[in-house]
Write a protein of this length. Structure first.
Length: 276
């Protein structure tokens, strides 16, 4: 029988954390799901770390050839999914035990929903909490997807959170052409905005997932690239969706995206000893 939910993990050099990620998924209170993992030509033993899970009937392990960036593996696992609802979890993050149950319940309660997002907890390399609850920019409960999309732009940040925070309709992801990497640093946010524009969003203002920050996220060069790509995304969205955003919305979002990128860098510099 087709599962209600597909949880997909695009793994790449996650040997140190992948078991924790998988265990958090397999430990869900909601049971009608499949887990699909694709290793993207890892060189650090990730594939060997997956071997103990190969006999679990809920688990499918795939291989993705090298190349193509994140989109290649994110599309690979998403296209292999069979469920109506899809959650992507990166190979070093985790979801809380009731994550699927609470998010599926939101879909059941609000049939026009295309995407459900929660807040997340930020953790360091050892899994210790850095920030207990972050995300959603004040959204709570059901809202129009267009309202959520505009809020993401004017916040200058990915208010939906990292992939583990989000459960969405797979058919809508397919409809928009799978994961949007026109601006690679915004592959998750751009995709979630694209999905949100096809219906309603439900925001759950409490953490149901954790995101692991790491030492590769704090260079000045990276901060500038992130801000530049955010501005490009904002401009492209305004052109593609007339009436969604004003010129002022875009200016505000661009300024906030720049400030957020450098604020994030400052936080990472302070915490770099905890980031592995």
């Amino acid at each position: 029988m087709t599962p209600r939910v597909s949880v997909v993990v695009p793994a790449y050099n996650n040997a140190d954390y992948i078991a924790e990620t998988i265990d958090s998924i397999l430990g869900q209170t909601f049971e009608d799901f499949e887990l699909i993992i694709a290793d993207h030509a890892s060189s650090d033993g990730t594939l060997a770390a997956l071997a103990p899970y190969a006999d679990d009937p809920r688990v499918t392990i795939l291989n993705t050839p090298a190349g193509g960036g994140a989109k290649a593996n994110w599309d690979r696992v998403s296209q292999a999914a069979n469920g109506d609802l899809l959650k992507l979890v990166c190979g070093d993050d985790t979801i809380f035990p009731t994550c699927l149950a609470e998010q599926v319940a939101a879909f059941d309660e609000h049939p026009e929903t295309v995407l459900v997002a929660s807040q997340r907890t930020l953790v360091d390399a050892a899994g210790k909490t850095v920030l207990a609850a972050r995300g959603l920019a004040g959204l709570s409960g059901p809202v129009s997807g267009r309202v959520a999309a505009r809020r993401a732009v004017t916040a200058g940040a990915n208010i939906f959170g990292e992939p583990g925070c989000v459960l969405m309709r797979r058919a809508v992801l397919e409809k928009i052409g799978w994961w949007d990497d026109a601006n690679p640093y915004l592959i998750d946010e751009a995709t979630y905005v694209g999905v949100a524009l096809h219906g309603d969003v439900v925001a759950i203002p409490r953490p149901l997932a954790s995101f692991r920050i790491n030492a590769g996220q704090w260079s000045v060069r990276l901060a500038r690239q992130q801000a530049s790509q955010a501005a490009a995304f904002h401009e492209a969205l305004r052109a593609a969706e007339p009436g969604l955003l004003s010129a002022m919305d875009v200016r505000i979002g661009n300024a906030k995206a720049l400030g957020t990128s450098f604020m994030r860098r400052a936080v990472y510099m302070v915490l770099k000893r905890r980031m592995g």
